[in-house]
Design a protein around this ligand. Sequence first.
Ligand SMILES: [Zn+2]
Length: 76
Amino acid sequence: MRNSMDRICQHCGKWIGGNAYRVTSEEEGIRLLDMIVCSLCFMEAKGLGLHTEAINVRNKQVSARNRRSHRTAVGI
Ligand SMILES: [Zn+2]
């Protein structure tokens, strides 16, 4: 149940239905800002020049599956 905390935008307070993003801001090694936001606030933060990164929770499984389709030409 505690996981639901991660899905609330810490900027506008709305439930993050789609992708979640992390917005951080550092100055001289000191972290001024570190919050999880929705895609709209992510765009806003990006426009402000803040450091942003996507949080991909389920992406690991997807990329592992995609490896199967990667065919290499063997036998040269
Ligand atoms: Zn938001």
